[in-house]
Design a protein around this ligand. Structure first.
Ligand SMILES: [Cu+2]
Length: 203
């Protein structure tokens, strides 16, 4: 009978610990599951994809946006504002060359909903190579825009929406990651493991 009480408490303790030490256990097993995911055949991938088809060009640009975003995220996790700025520029460039005419009507709507906002935030990240706190502020909203994009377009890979409960005076913030392992882009090297997976986003 006691078991039923101990389990949830143990879970809470693990989550709490994760946010209060910078170097505890990481899920080493995550790398292995990533590897096995990548060995899927193309046929398997097609089966998982939501219905789409005509948007190869836009799809490529969306992937470039996501790839630029992940570069920003990893740079911020490494406390590297200069690299984050370079990656922010990648996002702006990818968005500037995206051909909206090639998007299906529904996709176009989602893209246009985030377009100006995402471009503005990526732009600020790119022009603030010496202000990492300011980059992180813009990264917060950019992360929500990128979430909308990957939910609609996919990203050609499995992604995770992670949540950091401590950022911005414990208001919390989300980000998108390509790894199962938590590497916090808001707190950087001070607390790299703070956070948890909120949602697994299928490719
Ligand atoms: Cu700014």
């Amino acid at each position: 009978m006691k078991k039923y009480f101990i389990l949830p408490i143990a879970f809470a303790a693990i989550t709490f610990t994760a946010c209060n030490s910078s170097n505890n256990k990481s899920n080493e097993s995550s790398d292995m599951s990533n590897d096995s995911a990548q060995t899927q055949t193309p046929a398997d991938n097609t089966a998982i994809m939501p219905s789409s088809g005509n948007d190869t060009k836009a799809d490529g640009s969306i992937k470039e946006i996501v790839s630029g975003y992940l570069n920003v995220k990893n740079a911020l996790a490494n406390d590297n504002a200069k690299e984050a700025a370079t990656a922010g520029k990648e996002i702006v460039n990818a968005m500037n060359k995206l051909d909206k005419a090639s998007l299906a009507a529904e996709q176009k709507k989602v893209y246009e909903d985030v377009e100006d906002d995402a471009k503005e935030h990526a732009g600020h990240i790119s022009t603030n190579a010496n202000k990492i706190d300011h980059q992180r502020e813009h990264f917060e909203t950019l992360s929500e825009d990128v979430y909308d994009l990957v939910k609609t377009f996919g990203a050609g890979q499995t992604l995770y929406q992670d949540f950091c409960p401590m950022y911005n005076n414990n208001k919390g913030a989300t980000w998108i990651s390509e790894t199962k392992e938590i590497k916090n882009p808001y707190l950087g090297k001070k607390m790299p493991k703070c956070g948890e997976i909120k949602e697994k986003i299928k490719q």
